[in-house]
Design a binder for this molecule. Structure first.
Ligand code: BGC
Length: 352
């Protein structure tokens, strides 16, 4: 069974826990029920040495400090009700216009002022045939952050004995509502050895990406990647062409559909220095590849490490940003009677 320890007390006086899941090879993931946040993830390097490869803090106060809340990086957190942006915080559903908080310039981001990253989830540690599990549940009430419907969300983290972190998302609602769930882990496969991830080599299984305006809202165009710095159909170092992308990578790639409705490959990351690989598969149609462009060295995390620009990268599997305002994007409206199911697997390995 996973172990449970205290992770401190939130600002409003709620005691929160840290659950540590261990697999047959000694890999370990720690997750707190505050925001369903992955706080550390120990995986072996090419010499078999285990070390932490995600950005975060070792106490809940790190996630509630004024500096953290001001910069809003969402380290390792579960994101909802709607991952990424909704233009001007507005959408129309069944003839009714809804207005959400605008917490990112003119737009709504990652669920609003108090998204799923800032709530305390009900947690149940357990085991399954695949490995140790943590089941998190949360009821997002009708009207919360301006969204319609009581939304029951369940997220199951499994640390599998074949060295993967599997995240199963499910949700049901009693009124139609937009839903787009993801996890916002920042990886650095050489954390503690390298200050940034520019040397990591990335492959994205996507031949198009969603073009955005200067507030990062999709224009609607799905642009083919060939000939551009967005072409990761073959491996490229993150840093190789990043200067050609104003601000750095912070875009949604349109994943090539797999055969059937099941999971398809999303990404492969290789870090030569540690030998570590990260392979991402998902049932989602898109992935936000974000290169920590807004990290600026003001946050210091676990082990005294300061997080500067590009200290980590995120691969947020998701439906496309602002889908409620783009009828031709894959739908994100959840209806009563039709549960949402979504799975993403982050698998770890090494190349020697
Ligand atoms: C967004 C970024 C944002 C980051 C942290 C990403 O998903 O696309 O623009 O800065 O999350 O909030």
């Amino acid at each position: 069974m996973p172990t449970t320890t205290s992770f401190g007390t939130t600002h409003d006086g709620t005691a929160v826990q840290l659950y540590t899941l261990t697999n047959a090879h000694g890999l370990q993931v720690s997750i707190t029920n505050y925001g369903g946040t992955i706080t550390s993830l120990l995986v072996p390097d090419k010499d078999g040495k285990l070390s932490d490869i995600v950005l975060g803090f070792d106490n809940v106060s790190g996630y509630q400090s004024p500096e953290y809340l001001k910069s809003g990086p969402y380290f390792g957190a579960l994101i909802g009700r709607y991952g990424n942006r909704i233009a001007k915080g507005k959408f129309t559903l069944d003839g009714k216009q809804y207005t959400l908080a605008t917490n990112n310039g003119p737009n709504h981001l990652h669920g609003g002022q108090k998204g799923f990253d800032k709530v305390v989830w009900q947690a149940e540690p357990g085991t399954s045939a695949d490995g140790q599990t943590l089941t998190l549940s949360y009821l997002s009430k009708d009207g919360e952050e301006g969204y319609p419907g009581n939304l029951n969300v369940m997220v199951v983290y499994t640390l599998t004995n074949d060295d993967a972190l599997k995240i199963d998302y499910s949700a049901t609602t009693d009124k139609a509502t937009p839903v787009n769930l993801t996890n916002h882990a920042y990886f650095n496969l050489s954390l503690g050895q390298s200050d940034d991830v520019l040397e990591h080599e990335v492959t994205l299984h996507a031949s198009r990406y969603t073009v955005v305006d200067d507030t990062l809202i999709p224009t609607g165009e799905l642009r083919p990647v060939p000939g551009s710095p967005f072409d990761f159909t073959r491996p490229h170092h993150i840093g190789e062409r990043i200067e050609q992308v104003p601000g750095g990578y912070d875009h949604n790639w349109v994943l090539n559909p797999g055969s059937g409705d099941g999971a398809h490959p999303a990404a492969l990351v290789y870090d030569f220095a540690s030998g570590r690989t990260l392979t991402v598969t998902t049932t989602e149609p898109g992935v936000q590849f974000y290169t920590g462009n807004f990290l600026d060295g003001t946050l210091q995390g676990k082990d005294g490490i300061t997080y500067g620009k590009h200290a980590g990268f995120c691969l947020e599997t998701q439906h496309f940003p602002d889908s409620p305002n783009h009828a031709d994007f894959p739908g994100t409206i959840l209806h009563p009677g039709t549960p949402l199911q979504s799975t993403t697997v982050y698998a770890f390995g090494v190349r020697k």
